[in-house]
Design a protein around this ligand. Sequence first.
Ligand SMILES: NC(=O)C1=CN([C@@H]2O[C@H](COP(=O)(O)OP(=O)(O)OC[C@H]3O[C@@H](n4cnc5c(N)ncnc54)[C@H](O)[C@@H]3O)[C@@H](O)[C@H]2O)[C@@H](O)CC1
Ligand SMILES: [K+]
Length: 519
Amino acid sequence: MKVATPEQIGRMDTEAITKIGIPGIVLMENAALKVVEEIVKSVGNLKEKKAVVLAGKGNNGGDAFAVARHLHNIGAKVLVFITSKKSEIKNDAEINLKIIERINIETVEIISENEVLKFKEELEACDVIIDGIFGTGFKGQISGIIDEVVEFVNSSSKYVVAIDIPSGVNGETGKVLGRCIKAHKTITFSYPKIGLLINPGCEYTGELVIADIGIPKIISDAVNMETTLIDESHVSGIIPERCRESSKGNYGRVLIVSGSTGMTGSGCLCAKAALRSGSGLVYLGVPSSLRDIYGTQLVEPIVIPLEDKGKGYLSKESINEIIKEMERMDAAAIGPGVSSRQDISDLMGELIISATIPLVLDADALNAVSKDVGVLRKSKVPVIVTPHPGEMSRLTGISIADIQKDRIKHARDFSGKYNVITVLKGAKTIIATPDGRIYINPTGNPGMSTAGTGDVLTGIITGFLGQGFASEDAAAAGVFLHGLAGDIAAAKKGEYGLIAGDLIDELPHAINKILQKKG
Ligand SMILES: NC(=O)C1=CN([C@@H]2O[C@H](COP(=O)(O)OP(=O)(O)OC[C@H]3O[C@@H](n4cnc5c(N)ncnc54)[C@H](O)[C@@H]3O)[C@@H](O)[C@H]2O)[C@@H](O)CC1
Ligand SMILES: [K+]
């Protein structure tokens, strides 16, 4: 599903009004009806129930006035608090304000401490709070009396519904600089806004509902939305049904270059995940002195011992063997458990430059690349890098805290600078393409913060690359299914006891769920 910036949504609204001739008040009415429908779904029959509606001075407030009218019509006792002077309210919002005044819905301007006290009392007795203070027009930080109002809402323990965006979230960046409405449900219009999907904004939205308010397709299609929220239908468009007549040769050969003494598990997880994502043949290139360990752990993958002179880690001496093996492969992953010795750095640089098949670089490969990041630009093949924030910090020299503050920007900058696809892991994994497009992944849970889950992701993405998916599709489908497998595992076992191997077990179920979408 496409994701919009507030500016793009504003443009769609304006063009629907000016170019197509749909009056703004009609869009506002559509928006309000969708909000009321969702309130009823969550709170039930509102007859005789008390609703407190908060309205700001912009069009978000206009929506709130129209919501108040419909709640009143279905029998709710509605009280509207306005966070500005009524005289500041203009245009469509003013029309809706005048309407509710004419039908005797009580409206109170909260402009002094007296009204704040009244507001606090009313909150205690109400059944639902509707937040229409700020929407896409919000910038900066909530302050003054509105700050107190938001604090009371958040400490009220009442059900809170946000109109379009919880007031206080920046719809473009997801930043929350001050206090912010913590909603149980947010009904956002036309398309999700980026700020509702990424941290910290997404922590405030509660359940997110996307409501169509009638923007004509001709208008929205003309807006170039560069951000995609990966969803089931997106992934089902990537994963093909298997051909009835096929053999393992149809589903790719992948090479996983992995392992050092004490770090053999990562390659095993990676290889199993590649197989569970449908790979025809998985080859695991490992230091030859460790081959027996893999032999006892793995049945289906083929182990290729790479000369290590008995050292238990790979070095530059294995380069020719690896490059030769790559010639018969369709994709390769390099990195899981290879250790971070200098020998590995030298090996990585040469492999990246010489590779002739799509690559996934993970873990120690990224740490090695950090010493000379420019080598990524010398690759002749598509490269996917899968850093967690710590690895991203080493690759860029930017602190983890700063990366986390603007994950989209840092992923996009890195992809643009080094011509790679960046999979920036963490809650809401971000994928950035070299031409600046972004994918946001909604699946996954904190149970996946455990050793080996990154190796599983690398295996899935590599498996998909080997099956001929474009790098961007392999990354998008890979992160979504990895998170979905984690969600299925967490539903069965809880988040505490979840381990990386559980993701591999659930991966076939996650893929099946997506294939069923194809109908
Ligand atoms: N015709 C339209 O354009 C439609 C707009 N809709 C609604 O309108 C909203 C956007 O309306 P607006 O553009 O009027 O914006 P908002 O209603 O979000 O509010 C903007 C107002 O808040 C002020 N403001 C911004 N940041 C502030 C801060 N930190 N502290 C104090 N005041 C601040 C601005 O100066 C402006 O007066 C959407 O979110 C949506 O809810 C919907 O009704 C659909 C149709
Ligand atoms: K709002």
